[in-house]
Design a protein around this ligand. Sequence first.
Ligand code: 5RP
Length: 231
Amino acid sequence: MLINEKVIPEKQLAAEVACDYIKDGMIVGLGTGTSAEFAVRKLGKLVREGLSIRGIPTSYRTKKLAEAEGIPLIDFSESMFIDITIDGADEIDENLNMIKGGGAALLKEKIVASVSRKEIIVGSKTKMVDHLGSFPLPVEVITFGWQVVFNQLESLQGNPDLRLNNGQPLVTDQGNYIVDCHFKKISNPKLLENQINMIPGVVENGLFINLCTKMILADEEKLIIKERKTR
Ligand code: 5RP
């Protein structure tokens, strides 16, 4: 998109528009991923210009970036709620349900989303889908007995893969593994979310149902904004 003769990446534009909703005194959830990072950088700039906020990061990576940007950080010992979280998504459907966790931060992202009064999802229009499931659904599992969980996910027709990093199992911020499931088309996201979370050893999965309150996506020409009235 051309803004003042300068090409702004779509996800940056969406992220910076979302930052307009952040006001003095707010507690802000800081998402993870390339789209959310644009918001963290913009908030850092606003903080240096005088905006007074406190952030709760959703990953070690975001924590480091927020610290470098000079955003004051807190944890849940200081507040049990968050005013607004700005985060990205791997897929989002017309009901604003999502798959998240491509960046392996789904557990903290879901905790943060669950206590956020507003959860603004930003990114490029390519994240919009008719049905969730083309993007592999991440499931965070404890390392003990991960093979047992893997087997159960196979029984659910999840075609699971253990996520690797340089040939070794990827280890999350919490010391767990990620199993990516290829459901292709998820017809009942809420049911599947519950079924997966019932498997002993599953910590959380990347289906985010009824958590997004506003979606701000951008394509080459326009912003696509959609809001949920009730949660
Ligand atoms: C990290 C996430 C990210 O929000 C998701 O992967 C989208 O990332 P990006 O903005 O880089 O496309 O869920 O766990």
